[in-house]
Design a protein around this ligand. Sequence first.
Ligand SMILES: [Zn+2]
Length: 189
Amino acid sequence: MIAAIVLAALFHLTPAPDIARAADLHGLVNEYAPPGVTVRLANCGVPNAFYDLNGHITVCNELIMVMEHTLGPDSAAQALRFIVLHEIGHAVFAIDDVPFTGNEELAADEYATVMLLEAGESEATLAAADLFAKIGSAVDDPTDPHPSEWRRAMVILSYTEGAIHPGEYPADFEAFYRAASAWNRLLGR
Ligand SMILES: [Zn+2]
């Protein structure tokens, strides 16, 4: 707690719980997560968010602070919706036994991107891509199951451009359309 407060005071940041409230994390869990999944804020000592096999999504206050410092409070709340939907994706794969192929982290990104874009929430996907592009690396780390942040940003941006500017970016539209169709079939929507 102390580290998060000091960080917030140092950079004049909006408190993490206020950003979490603006992002309506509980509403997201109620709408998308399997029954019983919960979301909570915690001081972790590192900027991270994760889903554990007990059905809990934890968002570290330190991550929200970094997001607020990087994007400002409004875009941080938008990007946080993406981050939590990514964790909900892991819960959907584990609890509902929804299959995916390829890297699970990219599959969770695809799930979050498609759910948000189908709900008309391109501000959230754009904010997430902006976050990854600003804080991340272009180089994959073989010790980390997550692809590089730039690669993650590229996938999110490609689907978003396809969804919001289909005439301008027909190849991106095709990619988004195929991904959305596949996820909807896998989820039985
Ligand atoms: Zn993940």
